[in-house]
Write a protein that binds this ligand. Structure first.
Ligand code: PLP
Length: 377
C-alpha cells in the first residue's frame, strides 16, 4: 500500500529532535523555526515531557470516558489557573478541527440559532463545520457547501460588524487570536472589545480559535487576552500537547452541558492529559510566556533592520515576515542552504515563524544572518 498523496513534502527524513533542533537521516542538523505548524511549544523531547509520558504509559495510557479520570480534572484546574479562565469548563478532544467542530455545535445547541460569522482569510480546520467557516473554497467538498449560513467579514471593519450582528439568526462569531494559515493578520484590541460587547448584548456565542495563537505563543496565554476581553468558547490544540495529539474547548459556565451532547473515544485519554499537564508545568516553571514576549520583541527589532521586508506581522513568537514578492525561494534557501525550517501561509509573500517558545535570542542569530545574506544578494 502507498500513502494517499495529499501533502507536498520536502525530501527530508527527520529522525531525531532536541529542544529547537532537528536531525535528518544524513545527520544534518536543522534549526526549527516552524515547530511542525506551530505545534512544538516547550521544545522537542523536553525531559519533563518525556518523563511524564513515560511514567503515565507505564501505569495506564488509555481508557475511555466511561470511567472517572481525575487526570482530566488536574489538567482542567491547571489550565484554568494559568489561562485566567478559572471558572470555565473544559471539554477534551484530539485536534484543532475537532475542537472547532464542537465549538460551533455547542454554540448552536446553546442558543438554538445556526448562522455563523467568520472572517476573510480564516482557517479553522477541515471537518464539516470547521471547513465551512474557513475562508478557502478549495478545501470544501460539494457536500460541505450546502450547510448552515456563514458570512465572512473583513477584519477590523467596525461598521460592517455592527451591521452583520444585527441579524437575529447568528449563533456564533468565530475568530482567530492571530490568523495563522491566512497570514498573520489579527483583530485590533478595539475591534475585539466591540465584538465582545456586541456578542454579549445579542446572546451570540463568541468563539476564539486559539489553536495556533494560544498557549503562550503571542506573549499572553491567549492572544485575545491582550484586548482584555473574554470569549465564551476558546478552542485549543497544537501547543497544548507539544506534539501529542490533544485539543479542547474552554467553555463559559453559562453554557450548560448535557450527557451525550458532545463526545469522543480518544479525547482526554490518560496519556494525552499527562502530556498536556507537563506542557503547562513547563510553561510555568520556565516562565515561557514572558520569554516568548521578550524574544519575539527582540526578533522583531532585529528583523526590522533588514532590507526588503515590507511588513512584520503577528506578535510574540508567532510572526510573519512579508515581502513584495513570493517568499517560496527564501524559505527553500533557508531550509536547504542554511538548515533552517520556516513556514508558508495563504499569503505567498509571507514567511511564517513559529519556533518553540524555549528558543533563546542567540539561537536566532544564524537565522538573522542567513536572511540578511539572502536578502542582500
Ligand atoms: C487557527 C487554526 N484552527 C484550526 C486548525 C486545525 O487544526 P488541526 O490541523 O489540528 O485540525 C489550525 C491548523 O493549522 C489552525 O491554525
Amino acid at each position: 500500500m502507498n500513502l494517499f498523496d495529499v501533502y507536498p513534502r520536502y525530501k527530508i527524513n527527520i529522525v531525531k529532535s532536541e529542544g529547537i533542533f532537528l536531525w535528518d537521516d544524513q545527520n544534518r542538523k536543522y534549526l526549527d523555526l516552524y515547530g511542525g505548524h506551530g505545534v512544538i511549544s516547550i521544545g522537542h523531547a523536553h525531559p519533563a515531557y518525556l518523563l511524564a509520558i513515560q511514567k503515565q504509559i507505564e501505569k495506564i495510557g488509555f481508557y475511555s470516558n466511561s470511567v472517572e479520570m481525575p487526570i482530566q480534572q488536574d489538567l482542567a484546574t491547571k489550565l484554568g489557573e494559568q489561562s485566567g479562565y478559572n471558572d470555565y469548563n473544559l471539554f477534551l478532544c484530539n485536534s484543532g478541527a475537532e475542537a472547532n467542530e464542537n465549538a460551533l455545535k455547542l454554540a448552536s445547541f446553546h442558543n438554538g440559532k445556526k448562522k455563523i460569522i467568520a472572517f476573510k482569510n480564516s482557517f479553522h480546520g477541515r471537518t464539516a463545520a470547521a471547513v465551512h467557516v474557513t475562508d478557502d473554497q478549495k478545501l470544501s467538498a460539494p457536500l460541505n457547501k450546502e450547510q448552515f449560513e456563514v458570512e465572512f467579514l473583513e477584519l477590523n471593519q467596525s461598521e460592517a460588524l455592527i451591521k452583520a450582528l444585527n441579524d437575529p439568526n447568528i449563533a456564533a462569531v468565530i475568530f482567530e487570536g492571530i490568523q495563522g494559515v491566512g497570514g498573520l493578520d489579527m483583530p485590533s484590541e478595539e475591534y475585539l472589545q466591540l465584538l465582545a460587547k456586541l456578542c454579549k448584548e445579542k446572546n451570540i456565542v463568541l468563539i476564539a480559535d486559539e489553536i495556533q495563537s494560544g498557549y503562550g505563543r503571542s506573549g499572553h496565554f491567549f492572544a485575545h487576552q491582550s484586548a482584555g476581553i473574554k470569549a465564551d468558547i476558546i478552542s485549543i490544540a497544537k501547543g497544548m500537547g507539544n506534539g501529542f495529539p490533544i485539543g479542547g474547548l474552554l467553555i463559559n459556565p453559562e453554557i450548560e452541558s448535557k450527557h451525550g451532547m458532545l463526545g469522543t473515544t480518544f479525547g482526554g485519554n490518560h496519556l494525552a492529559c499527562a502530556a498536556a499537564i507537563s506542557v503547562l508545568n513547563t510553561l510555568q516553571n520556565e516562565d515561557l510566556i514572558q520569554h516568548a514576549k521578550k524574544i519575539g520583541q527582540q526578533l522583531s527589532d532585529e528583523l526590522s533592520k533588514l532590507p526588503k521586508i515590507k511588513k512584520l506581522k503577528g506578535k510574540g513568537l508567532m510572526l510573519g515576515i512579508e515581502f513584495d514578492f513570493p517568499a517560496k525561494s527564501i524559505r527553500e534557501e533557508l531550509l536547504f542552504d542554511y538548515g533552517i525550517f520556516t513556514g508558508s501561509s495563504a499569503n505567498a509573500n509571507l514567511l511564517r515563524i513559529l519556533p518553540p517558545l524555549t528558543i533563546q535570542f542567540d539561537d536566532l542569530k544564524p537565522f538573522l544572518f542567513a536572511l540578511n545574506e539572502i536578502l542582500t544578494k
